[in-house]
Design a protein around this ligand. Structure first.
Ligand SMILES: [Mg+2]
Length: 182
């Protein structure tokens, strides 16, 4: 399973949550599979999907899913400590770990070698950390949302991108429609 197939499997579970989606191809794939007003497609700020998700979870009562990437978490590792210590029970950080910087040409990340983001999340203080295969992730996510507990899911998939155009919605429109859902 690759990221596109994983996101397809997640879409039914994401209907009633606020979704913050990592910049680049992940956002393009989510948009192509299913566009909803509860989706915030990042158009900048690589590495900050988890931080935006944390801020939303701390300031709203809605369930928040941050659809993050392994390369993005690796460039903002402090987020794992902040999430581990603040741990709002309405936040799920879902790291799509394909061992690859997918949006810049599929250069390998260190999670394809010795680095474990699940271990790093636990070290950061996150108490509910699940590493799973892409095939089982939709069920793991549904369980995490019902458990009402801050969770980090590291979903292991294979590299690969669907060739897609950029999200054709103006950033201000994206922001305003997302604000209405919040
Ligand atoms: Mg990646």
């Amino acid at each position: 399973m690759n990221r596109f197939e994983l996101i397809e499997s997640l879409v039914p579970v994401l209907e009633d949550t606020l979704v913050v989606c990592n910049i680049g191809i992940p956002s393009q794939e989510l948009f192509a599979i299913c566009d909803r007003e509860n989706h915030f497609y990042m158009l900048g700020s690589m590495g900050l999907c988890s931080s935006i998700g944390l801020g939303l979870a701390l300031t709203t009562n809605k369930s928040v899913v941050a659809l993050e990437g392994d390369g993005a978490v690796l460039m903002n590792l402090g987020t794992l400590a902040t999430i581990g210590n603040r741990a709002p029970d309405n936040l799920v950080l879902l790291v799509i770990d394909n061992g690859s910087y997918g949006s810049t040409g599929d250069q390998a990340t260190y999670t394809s070698e010795a680095t474990s983001l699940a271990v790093m999340a636990r070290g950061g203080g996150c108490s509910n950390v699940i590493e799973c295969s892409g095939e089982t992730t939709a069920g793991v996510l549904a369980d995490a949302l019902s458990a009402k507990q801050a969770s980090v899911i590291v979903s292991k998939v294979i590299p690969g991108n669907r060739p897609l155009p950029v999200v054709p919605i103006h950033p201000i429109v994206l922001r305003e429609r997302f604000k209405k859902v919040i």
